[in-house]
Design a protein around this ligand. Structure first.
Ligand code: SF4
Length: 582
């Protein structure tokens, strides 16, 4: 018998149908993946099942949980089902956690609501559950407020709150999308551990996650169910063209990738860069410590590492958006000094930045035409209106956007279109170097591939050099010539992309690669390669900063900081890199 049975579910906003006659079922103990691109209706389906749609939405069909109809049910019934039988995990934990209540109290309320336990017993169960979801130092975090936890810790706290009532079904909507791959691997491992007791409806655009966790999958396109079946069979021979397209767009580390060779000429050099911020009690937080890099013409250099690794601080200092505490930046043979506003106009136009969130970076009140034209007005004011318009049209065409986009506002664009507008704005001045800060992280498969194609083409056409900050190693392998790995602001490893993925020399690099989910259900599941959290930058560990999480650490690692050195073409900072077979 089905635990959850959805029949003919339709969700509408006015005339617009976002979920269209959707039917599926989830049995007890089963893991089902609901996949599709952004806007395909996945999250609306979850909200409809849970009775959490906004009041403007109209909903029809049937949602039965354990034979009880939920669609149109009273709040009392819905609350009872949500509290006892259906756990919910969202992408953004702050949506589910009360910011004013300590984590422990929030979870205690759930346990006490079930009755029959003393406050002391409830606290014991809460701490047990916090431990089970891998929250480090569970007793201490019991008293923490949500904002005091890192993103990964908050996600675990939300998972604990969803699981503590022992639900029969867990609905997880993009539960790992905002997390580092290492934390994602831990959360997915946890979902695997609970699958004997709890059915799972996993909503995601990441087919690697579905391949590793779900025995069945449902494919949505524009609100309609277009394909469904056992995950193994659908990956082996997708029945529907859209499933095929989703599988083709799924990021996977392709070790055989070859890229056109970059030039020899150095474009940008960073020597011994350090960045620090003031912290409480006259302390300093060292976000970047003595990191060097070099970038050649026509080269793409990836900078990778978990949140807090200093990637963004490093490139912001290079661009003059943050001050360097020490070190120097050399561009075109000269030293770049001071903040961006004091740098020469020519240098400013040569170095451009593309952000992660395109909609946040584009002025919502400006039309695409004016957004893309703005840099020309600043840097080439002598252009006539007609010349400017021609340049804007050509720049948009380069990123695959036709004339019909000129008059649109940012809110009329999809995520992928907005990012292409942001890139055409960055490229219209024909810069020499573009820094992409997680520029494709928020995009799903096809939009991500479009943006990567635009960057590759610009590199081929103009010899553009790119610094590509990313936590997605599959994308890094597909796009980047060389990779610089950072951890807690420190240099970890730097090598040619092919060599680094074939034979990483640092345990941290190995763990990052192993944490990437493989979009192939035949590949056996690996254990999450990293335990624990990144240490506090305010109180970094002695010796090698990675040693608290490194299974290869020896006494020397705890005492002495490893200096970067060359090892067969790789530069690596690890005491044991010669002897370890990673
Ligand atoms: Fe691990 Fe030691 Fe190497 Fe650091 S120096 S990565 S602790 S083996």
């Amino acid at each position: 018998m089905s635990l959850l049975k959805v029949e003919g579910l339709t969700v509408q906003y006015g005339e617009q149908r976002v979920v269209d006659e959707l039917s599926f079922a989830v049995s007890g103990g089963e893991s089902v993946g609901l996949v599709g691109e952004s806007g395909s209706g996945k999250s609306q389906t979850a909200l409809a099942i849970l009775g959490l749609l906004p009041s403007q939405a109209t909903c029809s069909g049937s949602v039965r949980f354990d034979e009880v109809e939920l669609l149109g049910a009273s709040n009392r019934l819905l609350n009872a089902v949500r509290a006892r039988h259906v756990g919910i995990v969202f992408q953004d934990p702050m949506q589910a956690l009360n910011p004013y209540l300590r984590i422990g109290r929030q979870l205690r309320q759930v346990v006490v609501a079930h009755g029959g336990v003393s406050a002391r017993e409830a606290d014991r169960r809460v701490i047990d559950m916090l431990r089970r979801v891998g929250l480090p130092d569970a007793e201490r975090q019991f008293d923490a407020y949500p904002h005091q936890l890192s993103g990964g810790m908050r996600q675990r706290a939300m998972l604990a709150s969803a699981l503590i009532a022992g639900p029969d079904l867990l609905i997880a909507d993009e539960p790992t999308t905002a997390l580092d791959v290492t934390v994602q691997a831990q959360i997915l491992e946890l979902l695997e551990e609970i699958r004997d007791d709890t059915a799972l409806l996993l909503i995601t655009h990441d087919l690697g996650v579905v391949a590793s966790r779900c025995e069945r999958m449902l494919v949505l396109e524009k609100g309609r169910l277009v394909d469904s079946g056992p995950t193994l069979a659908m990956f082996a021979s997708p029945g529907h063209a859209h499933t095929h397209a989703l599988l083709a767009a799924a990021p996977r580390i392709d070790r055989a990738t070859t890229l056109p060779a970059p030039g020899e000429r150095s474009m940008l050099g960073v020597e011994g860069a350090s960045v620090s911020f003031p912290a409480r009690g006259r302390r300093r937080l060292d976000a970047v410590v003595d990191v060097s890099l070099s970038l050649r013409r026509g080269e793409t250099l990836a900078v990778v590492g978990e949140s807090g690794s200093g990637k963004s601080s490093l490139v912001r200092a290079v661009l003059g958006l943050l001050p360097l505490a020490s070190g120097r930046v050399v561009y075109a043979g000269g030293e770049l000094e001071g903040p961006v506003e004091r740098r020469a106009m020519a240098t400013r136009r040569d170095l451009q930045l593309v952000f992660q969130d395109p909609l946040g970076a584009l002025d919502p009140q400006m039309r695409v035409r004016d957004i893309v034209a703005e840099p020309l007005q600043v840097h080439e004011p002598a252009l006539s209106k007609r010349e400017r318009q021609e340049r804007v049209s050509a720049a948009l065409q380069h990123v695959g956007l036709g004339a019909d986009f000129l008059e649109r506002f940012p809110h009329e664009l999809s995520g992928g279109q907005a990012q292409r507008v942001a890139i055409s704005r960055a490229l219209i001045l024909e810069p020499k170097v573009v820094v992409c800060d997680e520029a494709v992280a928020a995009l799903d498969g096809s939009a991500r591939n479009q943006v990567l194609g635009v960057l590759r083409q610009a590199q081929e056409d103009t010899g553009l050099s790119i610094i590509f900050i990313s936590h997605d190693l599959a994308v890094v392998r597909a796009l980047c010539h060389r990779v610089l790995v950072m951890y807690m602001g420190r240099f970890i490893e730097q090598a040619d992309s092919a060599a680094l993925f074939l034979r990483p020399r640092h345990p941290y690099t190995r763990a990052l690669i192993d944490a990437v989910p493989v979009p192939d259900p035949v590949v056996p599941l690996k254990r999450a390669p990293l335990r624990g959290e990144v240490s506090s930058l305010l109180d970094p560990p002695s010796g090698c900063v990675f040693h608290p999480r490194c299974s290869n650490a020896i006494d020397t690692c705890r005492r002495e900081q490893p200096a970067p050195r060359d090892l067969q073409g790789t530069r690596v900072a690890c005491h044991r890199s010669e002897e370890l077979e990673l």
